[in-house]
Design a protein around this ligand. Structure first.
Ligand code: ADP
Ligand code: ADP
Ligand code: ZN
Ligand code: ZN
Length: 750
């Protein structure tokens, strides 16, 4: 068969310099290049958009007339496109009713299995669904969780009743005294010394009649455990019917906890009594995928075999993607970006489509070097089924499996947008491009490690899979937390550490800016300085130069674009016809500062602006943006168009000159080229040298080797992880036999 190509000619989206690209079909095509060079502009804004548009052209004229015209990417020709499926890192939403099991279509098959061979026999497979009224737990309506309260806050175990151990909100002091006067308890015994039975009586006893001691006499009264009483007073009633004062009072004690009836299983008791080999459907759904497969293989029932084959095949795909530590119950909105992307991949792997164009956005995110081979084998499988695969990627180990590489550059923004190299891997390695050079660069450990100035302890952390972890996080140096996916890095840092040290600053890649109108100038405060400068130079009001107020183009209200909301497709933006996207009224544009109007200034790159402006306050802010490598952004570029890596750097810019802060970063190298990673490491070094503490979760070996201190989690993911297996310098980590991170670091050094 002759090789077919997707032909792209004259691509000019964003920073692309009228480029041509020729991608072999049914091959793995990998796009490389520094962050901001234009990879997404070709892959997503040109190829994926055109594929989407062509699909749209297939709608009937009638339907299309109801919709505004779909924007055509700025390109002369795209030939031989197939239907495209974009597998990105957008989180899987869906709320608490969307789980790993539902999204991968594994749960329905498991339900079918229970309805066929579960004992005692239960009717329809619907009763096994917590989304179905017939199956759901009546207590929590299938949520598995219920609003309850933290009863341990109601008493001080180190005190006796006489010393005032009870601190129940809303109980008057005579009510508290009443517990002491029941005659049931030794009023001088500390609660921590109570027997199990006494504690049960104090907290949970249902109502019972008793004689309350009143001075010399007694009186008939009703006794109830504290928690029982609190429950009846507040919880069993609709909270909204309580007075605002009472709501405020009980709020601090309220929290979502496992449903007391189903214990989080979400199903009703009858459904839960139906079992296969001693396990009900809830316990199978709570089992890690890696354990569930062998359990299913044990089932010895001829009726079940076809279902078991379907189940184990799908579950095996999850294992192949390195997700064996997840369980089917896991709500999809708690998965990380990288995990979400891999779950989406699994969905596609099961499909029988061929000749599809699959587009992936840095699929290696979140994967430990140990697991990258799994991703590679999945990409290869998709290709071998007859599909075209396009991947934007920075990881050298993924780049190495490409049939065809397109390197975009040489640099970012206006200095990028060219095709620097197109062809085989061997050719790239010999080429003079930045990517080629970095693929060959020498890898060595640093000589000197900084000494910690102190430490921040995390003690007895048990969240998720953490096994009672106690660890000291050093201050004043750079610590990297490593370990395979699912080993517990996020649980340790996001849940255990950040909740204890809320003053720590999380510098992540999430979008910056509160509105679609934010840009680098507004974000850094440069805009305010510019408005004043323009106002002074022209003797007019500063508000005229704000596109959020008086000076704004009236047609687009200063946004520069007209946004058309579409009911069932993504909305469409078109440039405003009145101001041509300039955002200001014509009148405003007549005012100049050193010969430029405000719109011309906002079109300057940060580098250009730094050469144009001499005023100290403006220069200083521009300088900081240059230091984080964002010199190529224009002052007016909407922050919503920034990549994750660019968002991260603009946030870092505002932190660069601070002292004594704690910074936490989660996979900061996402979206970064190997050369960008080098720059990021220098920035982190500057933060540390400036007297700050830096804590990073990373898989990237370049970052790992730059650490002063490593905390390696493991040994594996899920219940096989959750332990600190190493603390020390990278140099010492290399020698640790049982550490996957140590192993891969060693391999990279040789
Ligand atoms: P990469 O994917 O290589 O990181 P991109 O294609 O996202 O790079 O970006 C290339 C350049 O185009 C960058 O300077 C980026 O800031 C800019 N850019 C991206 N999207 C837009 C947009 N919608 N409007 C203006 N500039 C944009
Ligand atoms: P890492 O950051 O090393 O990839 P995580 O801390 O995210 O690991 O996960 C550790 C374990 O805790 C895994 O088994 C994961 O499935 C589980 N886990 C993480 N977050 C949640 C959550 N929100 N709900 C339930 N389990 C979770
Ligand atoms: Zn329940
Ligand atoms: Zn306008």
């Amino acid at each position: 068969m002759t090789q077919e190509y997707i032909e792209i000619r004259g691509a000019r989206e964003n920073n692309l310099k009228n480029v041509d690209v020729r991608l072999p079909k049914r091959k793995i095509n990998i796009f490389t290049g520094v962050s901001g060079s234009g990879k997404s502009s070709i892959v997503f804004d040109t190829i994926a958009t055109e594929a989407q548009r062509q699909l749209y052209e297939n709608f009937s004229m009638f339907i299309r007339n109801l919709l505004p015209r779909y924007p055509q990417p700025n390109v002369d020709v795209i030939d031989k496109l197939s239907m495209a499926i974009v597998v990105d890192q957008k989180r899987l939403g869906g709320g608490s009713h969307s789980t790993m099991g539902t999204i991968t279509d594994i749960s329905p098959v498991l339900r079918l299995l229970f309805s066929r061979i579960g004992k005692p026999f239960a009717g329809y497979s619907n009763v096994f669904s917590f989304n179905d009224p017939q199956g759901m737990c009546p207590e929590c309506n299938g949520l598995g969780q219920k609003l309850g309260f933290d009863g341990t806050k109601f008493y001080d175990p180190d005190k006796s009743l006489r010393e005032g151990a009870l601190q129940v909100p809303g109980f008057a002091s005579w009510e508290k005294d009443m517990y002491a006067n029941t005659g049931y308890f030794d009023v001088d015994k500390k609660l921590s010394d109570y027997t199990e039975e006494e504690m049960d009586l104090l907290l949970y006893s249902p109502p019972r009649k008793f004689k309350l001691r009143m001075g010399e006499g007694t009186m008939n009264a009703t006794y109830m455990g504290i928690i029982e009483k609190f429950n009846r007073s507040y919880i069993k009633r609709d909270l909204k019917t309580l007075s605002e004062r009472t709501q405020k009072m009980v709020a601090p004690y309220m929290q979502y906890g496992p449903c007391p009836l189903c214990k989080g299983a979400r199903l009703n008791q009858q459904t839960l009594s139906c079992k296969i080999n001693g396990q009900n459907i809830a316990s199978l759904s709570a089992m890690e995928v890696g354990e569930l497969i062998p359990f299913l293989r044990e089932i010895d029932d001829p009726i079940a075999q076809p279902m078991i084959e379907t189940l184990t095949e799908r579950l095996q795909h999850l294992v192949d993607m390195g997700l064996e530590y997840l369980n089917l119950n896991r709500p999809t909105d708690t998965l990380s970006g990288g995990e979400s992307q891999r779950v989406k991949m699994v969905k596609h792997l099961g499909s029988s489509l061929i000749d599809v164009l699959y587009i992936f956005d840095e699929p290696s995110v979140g994967l430990h070097p140990r697991d990258v081979y799994r991703l590679n084998s999945l990409l290869t499988k998709l290709r071998d089924k007859g599909n075209t695969v396009i991947v934007v990627e920075h990881d050298p180990d993924v780049i190495r499996i490409a049939d065809h590489i397109v390197d975009v550059g040489p640099m970012a923004g206006s200095k990028g947008g060219n095709i620097m190299y197109e062809g085989s891997l061997a050719g790239l390695l010999k080429s003079d491009t930045l990517t080629g050079k970095y693929m060959n660069h020498a890898f060595a450990l640093k000589e000197q490690y900084r000494k910690a100035t102190g430490h921040l302890p995390v003690t007895h952390a048990k969240i998720n899979n953490l096994r009672d972890v106690s660890v000291n996080i050093p201050t004043g140096i750079m610590t990297v937390v490593t370990g395979v996916a699912g080993s517990g890095k996020s649980s340790l840092i996001h849940h255990a550490f950040l909740t204890r040290y809320p003053e720590a600053v999380l510098v992540d890649q999430s979008p910056v800016g509160t509105s679609s109108r934010s840009n680098p100038a507004t974000y850094t405060g440069i805009m305010d300085l510019l408005r004043k400068a323009f106002a002074n130079a022209n003797n007019v009001n500063a508000s005229l130069f704000s596109f959020n107020s008086k000076g704004a183009c009236e047609n687009c209200q200063g946004s520069g674009v007209i946004y058309t909301d579409l009911a069932f497709l993504e909305g469409v933006k078109t440039p405003c016809e009145i101001c041509q996207g300039k955002r200001y009224k014509d009148e405003v544009l007549t005012y100049k500062l050193d010969g430029k109007n405000i719109s011309e200034v906002l079109e300057m790159t940060i580098k250009e602006a730094s050469e144009f402006f001499t005023a100290k306050d403006i220069s200083k802010k521009l300088q900081t943006l240059m230091e984080v490598g964002l010199e190529y952004l224009t002052l007016g570029q909407p922050l919503s168009t920034l990549s994750g890596g660019e968002c991260q750097r603009i946030k870092l810019a505002s932190e660069l000159h601070k002292k004594g802060s704690i910074y936490v970063m989660d996979e900061p190298t996402t979206g970064l080229h190997m050369s960008d990673t080098g720059r990021l490491i220098s920035l982190m070094d500057r933060l540390v040298d400036g007297g700050n503490t830096v804590i990073v979760i990373e898989h990237n070996l370049d970052v790992i080797k730059s650490a002063d201190w490593i905390i390696d989690m493991g040994p594996e993911g899920g219940h096989k992880g959750g332990q600190v297996i190493f603390e020390g310098t990278p140099k010492d980590l290399v020698a640790v036999k049982d550490s996957h991170t140590g192993h891969y670091l060693k391999q990279a050094l040789s």
